[in-house]
Design a protein around this ligand. Sequence first.
Ligand code: AMP
Ligand code: GLY
Length: 429
Amino acid sequence: MNILVVGSGGREHALCWKISKSPRCTKLYSAPGNGGISEVAELVNIEADDIGGLLKFAKEHKIGLTVVGPEVPLVKGIVDAFKKEGLKIFGPTAELAMIEGSKVFAKELMKRFGVPTADFRVFDKSDDALKYLNTVEAPVVVKADGLAAGKGVVVAKTIEEAKAAVKKMMIGKVFGEAGERVIIEECLSGEEVSIIVVSDGSNIVPMASSQDHKRVFDHDTGPNTGGMGAYSPAPVVTEELFKKIIDDAVLPVIKGLEREGRPYKGALYAGIMLTNKGPFVLEFNARFGDPETQAILPRLKTDLVDIIERSISGALAGFKPEWDPRPCVSVVIASGGYPGKFEKGMEITGTDAAKPIKDVFVFHAGTKAGRRATDKDKVFITNGGRVLNVTALGINFKGATDNCYNAVSKIRFDDMHYRRDIGQRAVDY
Ligand code: AMP
Ligand code: GLY
């Protein structure tokens, strides 16, 4: 069948790479895709949130399955629009994508279903939020309710900082409508892990555990980013802890929504903090994680298309995917300046040398295919903040990390930046 993958990041390249190997896939399209994806799929020049355009394309090209990477089209109702036209699509409806699209929706749902999460209060007036901050102690966390491209959370070390965040969101409206309501919540501490499952509305298939690296510089310093690297599995998540997270944090949501008559289908990502009181949910996302997916999919031996089709048709009960036991490490190479201002258009060299290394995968994020002005050779040029996800398997974390950084060392572009310590926590564990 013809398959369409919506999105243009490293996660979508990993999805396309995996899907392109499925015997179920005859032709793969990606909208809008990126330079690396163009090597495994035909790129379609339609933006990921242009639901009308994507629907028209899917009908015209007899797309048998659409897989959505990012959250924005899900929140905007791509699944509803495709389903209405009888088209098969993977992901939750707009109503349930609000589990990511509104932090208030997610927190209220967690409260209703007894999922452990930080105590919180919701405010829609800045005066009330500021007054409330006079009654609590720092540290405290301020969150914009809506989507803010990963920038809507401030972990404030002082009450002044928290008040400044409230003012920025509610009065300065830096996130527009997304910051008109805020949550002020208890600050938790502990190690963070990502647990992603695929649900068919009633049953789930867990993906392997993983850990992200959110800060831009080594040793978790500098500002938060969309993620500077990931590895899978997360060594802190023992089998017993994995089961506890699924039982306490994930299944109550899936079963609770099913009971409410609105089954959740698609990927569900739980951002978990392992506190000394047990695992607490920091957030839910309505999709696969980025960059976690890049470290998870190389370990998945089962056909992803089979899992996705079972999610849509409600056939995940008793299904067990097969995993490569070897760990996987994925390092993000970013443009200098990211997550602040950065330049695009730099020529990337060395991906050809990195790709053939055994057990290495070079997933592209912000790249596009271009031509050198002088000799017309095809080259990749930088086209975003996070540029490449260099990924490697290894016999253990040390092996995977060494393999990954060896591949990274082949790659160059002006002003490139990457963390040198991705995977180190797992090596030292
Ligand atoms: P979120 O988008 O809600 O996952 O928040 C982004 C990041 O903010 C998380 O990955 C955590 O590092 C941090 N964070 C969110 N909520 C809390 C909390 N209640 N306590 C401490 N840190 C938090
Ligand atoms: N890696 C964090 C996210 O996908 O939201």
